[in-house]
Design a protein around this ligand. Structure first.
Ligand SMILES: NC(=O)c1ccc[n+]([C@@H]2O[C@H](COP(=O)([O-])OP(=O)(O)OC[C@H]3O[C@@H](n4cnc5c(N)ncnc54)[C@H](O)[C@@H]3O)[C@@H](O)[C@H]2O)c1
Length: 284
């Protein structure tokens, strides 16, 4: 059975930093890679802040101090450090060209036994697998945001993903205290094929002047009992990630029902990326 001690995490944005924190809290050694040193430093600052806030609120999985937990995260802008990884989770920007280059590199760098999990929102796992010489050891793990707080993930089986790889992924997830729902590969999988359309349509409601964002979300929260409305959810995910995902669905299905809302495009161009930029449909 393959060891799952050293975990490579590519991308230190919203998802990568949440995952690195969760892994470190569960005793893994984490190799966290991003293209910019400044992003890696921001990620470590934000993980430290979250760990400290958790301590103040009495949430402390395990007995390790903040410094001990942080010391198990090694950061680098050099993807070659992933040669030591037992398992890699890729969380880079939702763009196939960016991901192509990353998979080409890690396929060369990592041991042949290493499993690659793509934490993509919408890109086909079969397509990602085809970028490597190990499509049987590539699968999708669609983590939910914020990663340390979400106990269930969507696992996606690509065309060539082997049963052994699904087994390894399930073992990896159970070490994090997470359960999986396994689905077959299709762009957007189950979650985002529905969610991205809903969010995009909610953006069209704002664009068409039907109702302001707060009222749209209020209907979902107060009438349907959802924890968050679609526009607050979009801000949490990141409006850039929402736009890239809906564009992937549009290109993958060649279906006009996935056309991105022009308001969403304009907001992303203007730097309104949601919570991570301080402003999206709401202010933070
Ligand atoms: N935000 C969510 O709620 C959510 C949920 C599930 C899955 N995802 C998926 O996770 C992935 C990451 O999303 P995010 O929200 O963290 O985005 P993000 O924009 O916050 O972070 C992406 C990170 O990838 C880095 N990156 C880009 N090119 C790179 C490269 N060549 N090498 C290393 N790092 C590189 C960027 O510098 C950035 O820090 C996307 O595929 C997204 O669709 C996002």
């Amino acid at each position: 059975m393959t060891d799952l001690n050293v975990i490579g995490v590519v991308g230190a944005g919203v998802m990568g930093r949440g995952l690195a924190q969760d892994l470190a809290q569960h005793g893994h050694k984490v190799l966290l890679v991003d293209k910019e040193q400044e992003i890696l430093e921001q990620a470590l600052r934000s993980i430290r802040q979250t760990l400290r806030a958790n301590l103040l609120m009495g949430r402390r999985p395990g007995s390790r101090s903040v410094d001990e937990t942080l010391s198990s995260i090694v950061t680098s802008t050099d993807i070659a450090i992933l040669s030591d990884a037992d398992f890699v989770v890729e969380n880079a920007t939702e763009n196939l060209d960016i991901k192509k280059e990353i998979y080409r590199r890690i396929d060369q760098i990592c041991a042949a036994r290493t499993v690659f999990a793509a934490n993509t929102s919408a890109i086909s796992i079969t397509r990602i697998g085809s970028l490597t010489a190990r499509p049987d050891r590539v699968l999708g793990i669609h983590f939910m945001n914020p990663v340390p707080m979400k106990r269930t993930v969507e696992v996606i089986r690509g065309y060539h993903t082997s049963d052994e790889t699904i087994g390894t992924a399930n073992r990896f997830l159970s070490q994090l205290g997470k359960e999986s729902v396994i689905v077959s590969d299709s762009p957007g999988f189950v979650s985002n094929r529905v969610l991205m359309l809903t969010v995009n349509e909610a953006a069209f409601l704002v664009h068409d002047g039907v109702a302001p964002p707060a009222d749209i979300d209020k209907i979902f929260v107060e009438c349907f009992g959802h924890t968050m409305g679609p526009l607050a959810t979009a801000d949490l995910i990141g409006l850039d990630t929402i736009l890239y995902s809906i564009e992937v669905l549009y290109e993958s299905f060649n279906d006009s029902k996935y056309r991105p809302c022009p308001l969403l495009k304009r907001m992303v161009d203007a730097g309104l990326h949601g919570r991570k930029s301080g402003k999206g449909f709401f202010e933070y």
